[in-house]
Design a protein around this ligand. Structure first.
Ligand SMILES: *Cc1c(COP(=O)(O)O)cnc(C)c1O
Length: 376
């Protein structure tokens, strides 16, 4: 069976993980943790980068940092992973879902303003498939209405919008290093990017169980104590060491994925021009990272048949994101603002094809052949 995904692996992870294991500090914020964070701060130009055990937890930290309160409203697309919403629901917020654009599957920036009420606290754009949302428009809306913007850039590392890295636009942003993403810190992991430096001090406290331990280690206070609410949001050094083995090759990994992505696109250009399928579209002002290759079938029924056909030929292709507003918890904790013109329809016809760092040409060709065979 051709898998849908294989975790990225460069071969450098082992030596760094061993080095971390043999050092005398394997808890968070050791040598490798600090090296990774400095890499992101330099590369993205953010004020602070803090590694977390998952993107889910980075989102939870962001929800705490903007002081989300019961009754607040948070605007986001319904076509996203549950963690985008859960982080804010955990703090008592109501989720307001807005329709997506069919071309990128990202939140439709033109529909955000109408969904704002006096209770709105934040906008959470999700950069689907590592393709940037219209951040200029979104940041302008947020500024005029005094709202926070948290970018869910779980899939967006190494992508850019108007020449700037995804994750560098909002007050804060999050990356994921889960094994299904372009980079992994050993299966699970995440990052909180802070662009608005007002949040740095409190973020360090929340991440250290609500203590000022971080200042203590820097020698800024002579003992540390419980100063705010918090939790345990530090990954172990083993996770950071694993990630370091991939950051060194970040450009190579991205180029490799993009090459596979472009070959898929070229191979299916004919099917798309005959209008059997729709291919992903990348806006001119975006550079993506080859995170995901999807195609859109005619409808739900045709997608089911395509996925079955691929499975019968030992290829695992998948779909995802049953829109959150139609899920039981989504109905309870959120509401859809405006018309669901594209969210449900487009999500029901999207199929994701196998793609990973180092995918072999023969494997890719098998996938291409069986998709073309299905449509002929
Ligand atoms: C993967 C993903 C997450 C969650 O990431 P974890 O690191 O698994 O917690 C959140 N949002 C989006 C859009 C994702 O794709």
């Amino acid at each position: 069976m051709i898998p849908f995904n294989l975790p990225p692996h460069t071969g450098n992870e082992e030596k760094f993980v061993l080095e971390a294991m043999n050092s005398d500090k394997i808890s968070g914020d050791g040598k490798f943790g600090r090296m990774c964070q400095a890499w992101f701060e330099q590369r993205i130009g953010c004020a602070k980068a803090l590694l977390t055990p998952s993107c889910t937890q980075a989102l939870e930290m962001a929800a705490i940092l903007i002081d989300t309160q019961p009754g607040d409203e948070v605007i986001m697309p319904s076509y996203t992973f549950v963690s985008t919403a859960n982080a804010f629901v955990l703090r008592g917020a109501k989720i307001v879902f807005v329709d997506i654009r069919p071309d990128t599957m990202n939140i439709n920036e033109q529909l955000i303003e109408a969904a704002i009420t006096p209770k709105t606290k934040a906008i959470v754009p999700v950069h689907y498939a590592g393709v940037g949302c219209e951040m200029s428009v979104i940041m302008d809306i947020a500024e005029r209405h005094e709202l926070f913007v948290i970018e869910d850039a779980a899939q967006g590392m190494m992508s850019s919008y108007r020449g700037k890295a995804l994750g560098s636009f909002g007050h804060m942003a999050t990356y994921s290093f889960h094994e299904t993403k372009n980079f992994t810190s050993g299966g699970e992991g995440g990052l909180l990017l802070i662009n608005d430096e007002r949040f740095i001090h409190r973020a360090e406290i929340i991440r250290e169980k609500g203590t000022n331990r971080c200042q203590f280690f820097r020698g800024a206070v002579d003992k540390y104590s419980w100063v705010d609410l918090g939790s345990s949001y530090l990954p172990s050094e083993l996770q950071s060491a694993y990630l370091w083995g991939q950051l060194e090759l970040a450009d190579e990994i991205t180029l490799n994925r993009l090459e596979a992505w472009n070959l898929y696109r070229d191979a299916f250009a004919d099917l798309a021009s005959k209008r059997y399928i729709v291919l992903p579209s990348i806006p001119d002002n975006c550079k993506h990272n080859g995170h995901m290759f999807y195609l859109k079938c005619k409808d739900l029924d045709e997608r089911a048949k395509l996925l079955t056909h691929l499975k019968q030929n030992n290829i695992l292709a998948v779909f995802h994101y049953v829109p959150l507003h139609s899920a039981p918890a989504g109905k309870k904790f959120g509401r859809f603002h405006g018309e669901d013109e594209y969210t449900t329809y487009e999500s029901q016809r999207l199929a994701r094809l196998p793609l990973w760092y180092g995918i072999e040409a023969a494997v890719r060709q098998q996938v291409i052949d069986h998709v073309i065979e299905f449509y002929s």
